[in-house]
Design a protein around this ligand. Structure first.
Ligand code: IVH
Length: 680
């Protein structure tokens, strides 16, 4: 293998890891998804041709390797300690008094760092020469389990540090401690996806993260939206920061994600009081339900790590830090009844109706029961005293019954025999958790289908109330009928006057130009949400092609499972659904992806500056003229202004090296043509 290929693979790895970090950790991508995919495709092609190029830090290795038999035990290089708790301001001040007595008089005023106490799973990450070599669970604090294969799939976990080539060089051996969790927004999306695929949703983000990390099959972990926050250095064989605040900044510079909610309190002159810290903690308690992750408290750390260490450890808990626990967001109350509602795919969802109870300032009278398996597993009954929890902004859920106080009057919760909305029999498919109403004309389903359709296609002014009216008045039988609504019909609905009817018709008409993948998502096929639809639209550029494809072909697309493939087939087999597609076609919606061909006069390379090095397959002057005709510029040397260095055969060293220094993205000749959508 030639040196250029080796270098190119190394450069691709570095770039992909960096862009991955820009996207997932910093939330500030520098290149488009298509450009990112092109880099990954190129690296994958190189690795397929030369498997010896695959390194453990290659981004292609994030997909998860072979399933493990079990997890090997790993001894931690230093004990992974837990924390002492304080549950009130008074207890926090008492902690402070205790440690103050232990410190000698000449210690300067204490500074503190206050961090969220993430409610996830502790992990210990070992890096050698900047490469992730081992990732372990906390276990009992001395010995954990080797879950490296699963951790590799976590997108915000750097496989190589520093992620940004301009970042600090870590010591040869560095062990970092952090917490793996699922952000609340991702948790909602994950559960929606699981429900749509007929699988059981998770009760809360922590369970979801725990279940995902301890998967024996890393391919499953890879599909879970896990996130890492790193907060301390367990050990290192070189110099590392001496304060907690600097440690966090250092970890950030290496490429580890950090939450926004980190506070630093300078030690006031001669004043070791903790009042400002306690005030901050109280503010954070008030805001806890607005945090983007679940936290069960705050961790207050003496900022100076030498002082922390000097204070020592009692009972496995360091004296130099303390967890200020948030008050529990839970209460017990009586489960009075269960309500069944019908979702857009016909899934029957049980909701607990509760004797109203205040939880952290909010009166809770309804709570999620997830599904009938959950009810049976926890043996939750009507009339039970139940423990209800709130977490983050998610809907409160029933955790379980208080069995001791049962008096015999409690009744078992059975799935309904008929649909609460249309009265048709309920179906429970073999091997599935969900119970369904399969009546295609069920009004409750139709209302949900309509609101989902308008939500995905971003049609304003059509909420649940209007959807109910349209269904009740039989103005629509499926979402496609929206496009054939007339003003006269709308004016018959209560609350609709001239302006409101016009606005709604306009909004519906405007949504005709939504891209194909959105239209595909809006159809409401089980398991085909916005993200899956994007993947499908790439593989099947027309709806017809997808409708005709056999299940195996659909399931062979990366990211699409056999259940979703089957759901797609079943959906298209239904005569009502085919009729709906026909109506959408008549209405002029986009049922095919936009062609990527370049329209004459279009300037796909506008605002881009290219530098070319090495020999191309066509005369360089032709390529230069062609770039210019598409709006791009060609410069003679690499600078900050260069968008891309185009690398041909036998590239010259100076341009290439300069591009490396400046982190300038590289393109092969083919990639340049792919970017432009044409060639000279
Ligand atoms: S510091 C000696 N900081 O909470 C340092 N822990 O009992 C001790 N946790 O499972 C840990 N967020 O892993 C620290 N910002 C944070 C944390 C945090 C969550 C976990 C920790 C442990 C538990 C403490």
């Amino acid at each position: 293998m030639d040196q250029v290929t080796v270098l190119r693979a190394a450069k691709l790895r570095e770039e992909i890891n960096y862009h991955n970090y820009r996207y997932h950790t910093l939330d500030s991508p520098l290149i488009s998804d298509a450009q990112f995919d092109a880099l990954v495709d190129e690296l994958r092609a190189l690795e397929i041709a030369h498997p010896e190029l695959i390194t453990p830090d290659s981004p292609t290795q994030r997909i998860g390797g072979a399933p493990a038999e079990g997890f090997a035990k790993v001894e931690h290089p230093a004990p992974i300690l837990s924390l002492d708790k304080a549950s009130s301001r008074a207890e926090l001040l008492a902690w402070h008094t205790r440690i103050s007595k232990l410190l000698s008089e000449d210690v300067p005023p204490l500074a503190y760092t206050v961090e969220p106490k993430f409610d996830g799973l502790t992990v210990v990450l070992h890096y050698r020469q900047g490469q992730l070599v081992l990732g372990a669970t906390r276990g009992d604090g001395l010995v954990g389990e080797d879950i490296t294969a699963n951790l590799r799939t976590v997108k915000t976990l750097p496989l190589r540090i520093p992620v940004d080539p301009d970042g600090p060089q870590p010591p040869p051996y560095l062990v970092v401690r952090g917490e793996v969790l699922i952000l609340l927004k991702d948790f909602d999306a994950l559960n929606t996806r699981l429900i749509e695929a007929g699988e059981s949703p998770f009760a809360n983000p922590r369970n979801a993260a725990a279940g995902s990390l301890r998967q024996l099959d890393p391919a499953i972990t890879a599909r879970r939206p896990l996130h890492l926050y790193a907060y301390s250095i367990v050990t290192a064989d070189g110099p590392v920061p001496e304060t907690q605040q600097e440690t966090l900044a250092y970890l950030r510079a290496l490429g580890f994600a950090q939450p926004d909610e980190i506070a630093f309190f300078q030690g006031g002159a001669g004043d070791r009081r903790l009042d400002a810290v306690a005030d901050y903690c109280e503010q954070m308690i008030a805001r806890r339900n607005t945090l983007p992750y679940e936290a069960d408290g705050l961790v207050i750390k003496i900022d100076d790590l030498a002082t922390q260490a000097a204070l020592g450890v009692v009972g496995g808990r360091p004296r130099g830090a303390v967890a200020y626990k948030f008050p529990a967001q839970e209460a017990t109350t009586t489960l009075v009844d269960v309500e069944f509602s019908v979702g857009r795919t016909g899934v029957i969802t049980p909701t607990a109706l509760l004797d109203p109870v205040p939880i952290a300032g909010v009166t809770v009278s309804r709570a999620s029961l997830h599904n009938f398996d959950f009810i049976a597993e926890r043996d939750i009954r009507i009339g039970d005293r139940v423990l209800v929890k709130r977490a983050g902004d998610v809907i409160p859920y029933v955790e379980g019954p208080v069995v001791d106080v049962r008096d015999g009057s409690q009744r078992i919760i059975e799935p309904p025999g008929v649909c609460p909305a249309c009265g048709d029999p309920i179906v429970h498919p073999e091997g599935e958790i969900a119970y369904y109403c399969i009546n295609a004309a069920c009004p409750a389903q139709l209302v949900q289908k309509l609101t989902y359709f308008t939500h995905v296609l971003d049609i304003e002014g059509l909420g649940e109330r209007t959807a109910v009216q349209l269904v009740e008045q039989r103005l629509v039988e499926d979402p496609a009928d929206l496009y054939f609504l007339t003003k006269e019909a709308l004016l018959m609905l209560e609350g609709f006057a001239d302006k409101k009817a016009d606005n709604l018709l306009n909004a519906i008409a405007q949504a005709k130009d939504r891209p194909f993948d959105r239209v595909l998502a809006a159809l409401g096929i089980r398991g085909v949400g916005v993200t899956v639809a994007q993947v499908l639209a790439e593989a099947f550029p027309t709806l017809g092609a997808l409708a005709e494809a056999p299940a195996e072909v659909i399931a062979s697309v990366e990211g699409i499972g056999p259940i979703t493939a089957q759901n797609i087939l079943t959906w298209f087999a239904h005569v009502h659904n085919r009729a709906m597609v026909e109506k959408l076609r008549q209405a002029g919606l986009k049922l095919a992806a936009e062609s990527k061909a370049v329209v004459v006069g279009e300037q796909p390379l506008a605002d881009l500056t290219f530098v070319i090095t090495g020999a191309l397959s066509r005369p360089r002057d032709d390529v230069k003229a062609w770039i210019a005709s598409l709006g791009g510029k060609v410069a003679g040397s690499v600078s900050q202004k260069t968008s891309y260095l185009v690398v041909g055969a036998d590239p010259g060293g100076s341009k290439y090296n300069r591009a490396q220094e400046l982190n300038t993205p590289l393109l092969t000749e083919e990639q340049l043509y792919a970017l432009a959508g044409s060639h000279p």
